[in-house]
Write a protein that binds this ligand. Structure first.
Ligand code: IPM
Ligand code: MN
Length: 373
């Protein structure tokens, strides 16, 4: 039996509800494929702050590095709570839960962020767009993850000559950074429908001007891939107007963050979106795109499918266990066929279930697949 160690970092809020569901799915799908999976749970984010006083404990990073893949829940508390319950937002930056995520990405050098946006045929009624607009959408967003404005130099706070307080953060992209992520995007586009749309703001940002130049140059190496370039504002509009035109989207860390949340409204819930963060080698990080959602925490109502589909990505991209990945994806599809829906994707004629129950139904579908195949 092949043996793998998975570092499990549930983190904060609903991470603690969806990750156990994903772990169950990994364990069962893995055992059906004859894989020997070992899970090691580690603290991160607010949970780690309370436990050991830092958001990313050294041990968590070290064991994550030694693992074969990292399954992450969510870190930090989101908007509403930060406004009313400033638990951590006054702490220095290095002590904020969210910093843990950036440190983990940097520590594992996961520079490419894969965020698939797919509309399951069973869920076409959940879209916020017109049904005929959302139908059949299948997009892979490739977001640069460890450079750009998030990792800006210089950045900070200062006071200008007028005595006015200034916050600044300088975006830059180097040619090698662009080439690194563009290579990933071209290779993925080639395996999909061979259409790559690069999104930037090359009309004003220097980093974007270089980005466009390098992507265009690399395109010459991939004659079979149709390359296009869109400005971020147009891309946002087109994603809503006619999303089926997109196959693979390549973009930077900031535009990718915004576009992926925007695109979440095509399937209709951020609770459906998985992601993978990959480097050249070493373990990747697999996590739902959604956050810790403290407003929903503890009610057993959130959608675990984003986490479960992240588990499928973990098998596919992290462990190269394609069969196990497909088992999970088929189980998700099967559960949807059987009509089970969490609150965020509930439509007339379907059955409302909570997070745990959704997890149980996934396991049932996974099990059923054995006798089928
Ligand atoms: C995401 C999140 C993070 C990001 C935050 C929490 C740093 O919004 O993964 O989309 O912007 O990368
Ligand atoms: Mn985001």
């Amino acid at each position: 039996n092949k043996r793998y160690t998975i570092a499990v970092l549930p983190g904060d809020g609903v991470g603690n509800e969806v990750i156990p569901v994903a772990v169950d799915a990994l364990r069962l799908a893995g055992s059906l494929e004859g894989l020997d999976l070992r899970f090691e749970e580690l603290p991160i984010g607010g949970a780690a702050l309370e436990l050991v006083g830092v958001p990313l404990p050294e041990e968590t990073l070290r064991k994550a590095k030694q693992s074969d893949a990292v399954l992450l829940g969510a870190v930090g508390w989101h908007v509403l709570i930060i406004v009313y319950l400033p638990k951590w937002d006054n702490s220095p930056k290095h002590l904020k839960p969210i910093t843990a995520l950036l440190q983990l990405r940097a520590g594992l050098e996961v520079f490419s962020n894969l965020r698939p946006i797919t509309v399951f045929p069973q869920l076409v009624d959940s879209t916020y767009l017109r049904k005929d607009t959302a139908e059949g959408v299948d997009i892979m967003i490739i977001r640069e993850l460890t450079g750009g404005i998030y990792n800006a130099h210089p950045r900070g706070f200062t006071t200008n000559e007028q005595g006015d307080e200034v916050g600044f953060c300088t975006e830059s992209y180097s040619a090698s950074e662009v080439d690194h992520i563009a290579r990933v995007a071209f290779d993925i586009a080639k395996q999909r429908r061979s259409k790559l749309c690069s999104v930037d703001k090359a009309t004003i940002l220097e980093g974007s001007m270089l980005w466009r130049k390098r992507v265009t140059a690399m395109g010459l190496e991939y004659p079979e891939v149709e390359v296009s370039h869109l400005l971020i504002d147009t891309a946002a509009m087109d994603l809503v107007r006619y999303p089926r035109q997109f196959d693979t989207i390549l973009t930077g860390v900031m535009f990718g963050d915004i576009l992926s949340d925007l695109a979440a409204m095509i399937p209709g819930s951020v609770g459906l979106l998985p992601s993978a963060a990959l480097g050249d080698s070493g373990p990747g990080i697999f996590e739902p795109v959604h956050g810790s959602a403290p407003k929903h925490y503890g009610k057993d109502t959130v959608n675990p499918l984003a986490a479960v589909l992240s588990a499928a990505m973990l098998f596919r991209y992290g462990l190269k266990e394609e069969n196990a990945a497909q088992r999970i994806e088929k189980a998700v599809s099967d559960v949807l066929d059987r009509g089970f829906r969490t609150r965020d994707i509930l439509t007339p004629g379907t059955t409302l279930v909570g997070c745990k129950r959704m997890g149980e139904e996934i396991l049932r579908s996974l099990d059923a697949r054995v006798s089928v195949s």
